[in-house]
Design a protein around this ligand. Structure first.
Ligand code: NAD
Length: 299
């Protein structure tokens, strides 16, 4: 078998078209475009390039954005104060506020993320948004998890009653994705059209015999950050394999999945780059539009 490719770039472009149309309607009604303010601390090359691609995508769909750069040497209270000032619109209207991670090790990341008002929290990391998601009434869903679910729905990959194995238990990817896939469908939607009703197993660094668990997966998501972790013999024939990982190996970007060999056994596979990454950005745009609509009213 040769796996079908899950093209994240093409899907993200379609999502952007839809967001662009809604942004135009919003701007016509509210007299201004939705606006996103991003805080970038330090000069980590990867973070700089993620922020650049988020700002470029925002511009493509007509969302205004501003990046506030803060030196690496800043302290937690400075950052908390900056986020509070942004929330008071002191840096222009801030419908969505995003603090690019990771923060330097000396910063209290939880304190900074908790300072983002939950109704502007377009990354979906605030405990209130995490709580709403866990109760099955999501507001802002973490972008990467939302992107993976969207990818499954768009490809018509059934989820209802299927076994999804999520490798990685972070608050950013693994946990919210497990909640999304195992949720009840919203009223009126079928489970597969909503990408939910799956039976979900979460694996992590202390899981025993990872391969024995991943081999049971109809849907296998790797969100670890270790190149080549998922090999051919860890994948059930025909499974959908979604690779969230981003690793730099000898200057090249690769995922957590050994792409060439797993492509021989999987039914579907997402590439790195060009898979989940563009969808993460597309979902951020969608969350920013939602934040503006929650604030100023839905057109
Ligand atoms: P994290 O470091 O917070 O979490 C990694 C998880 O992997 C942990 O839960 C850990 O228990 C688990 N793990 C570590 N070693 C393992 C092993 N040998 N076997 C099984 N599980 C193991 O990372 P994160 O923020 O969740 O990100 C995970 C990866 O996804 C990273 O490569 C990150 O760069 C990437 N990422 C990509 C996007 C995107 O848009 N494509 C977005 C966010 C994160």
């Amino acid at each position: 078998m040769t796996a079908r490719l899950l093209d994240g770039r093409a899907l993200a472009a379609r999502i952007e078209q839809d967001v662009r149309a809604e942004v135009d309607t919003f701007a016509a009604m509210c007299g201004r475009a939705p606006r996103l303010v991003v805080v970038l601390v330090g000069d980590l090359a990867a973070s700089g390039s993620y922020v650049k691609s988020k700002a470029a995508a925002a511009a493509r769909v007509g969302i205004d954005s501003e990046v506030l750069r803060v030196p690496e040497t800043c302290q937690t209270p400075d950052l908390v104060a900056l986020v509070a000032a942004i929330a008071r619109d002191e840096h222009g209207p801030a419908d969505g506020i995003l603090v690019q991670l990771p923060l330097p090790a000396h910063i209290d990341q939880v304190a900074v993320l908790d300072a983002v008002p939950p109704d502007r929290d377009v990354d979906g990391f605030h405990p209130q948004n995490a709580g709403l998601l866990s109760q099955g009434r999501p507001r802002f869903i973490p972008c990467t998890a939302a992107g993976v679910q969207r990818m499954l729905i768009d490809a018509g990959i059934p989820t209802a009653g299927r076994h999804a194995v999520v490798v990685g238990r972070s608050d950013i990817v693994g946990k919210p994705l497990a909640l999304l896939l195992s949720a009840r469908p919203p009223s009126g939607a079928t489970a597969d059209a909503a990408g939910c009703d799956a039976t979900v197993t979460i694996c992590h660094s202390r899981s025993a015999d990872l391969a024995a668990i991943t081999r049971q997966a109809d849907i296998l998501v790797a969100a670890v950050g270790r190149a080549g972790l998922i090999t051919e013999e860890m994948v059930k024939p025909g499974a959908a394999v979604i690779d969230v990982g981003i690793n730099r190996v000898q200057g090249r970007l690769v995922g957590d999945v050994a792409f060439a060999e797993v492509s021989r056994v999987a039914g579907w596979i997402s590439p790195v780059p060009g898979g989940v990454g563009p969808l993460t950005v597309a979902m951020l745009l969608s969350n920013t539009l939602l934040a503006a609509e929650l604030r100023l009213g839905r057109p």
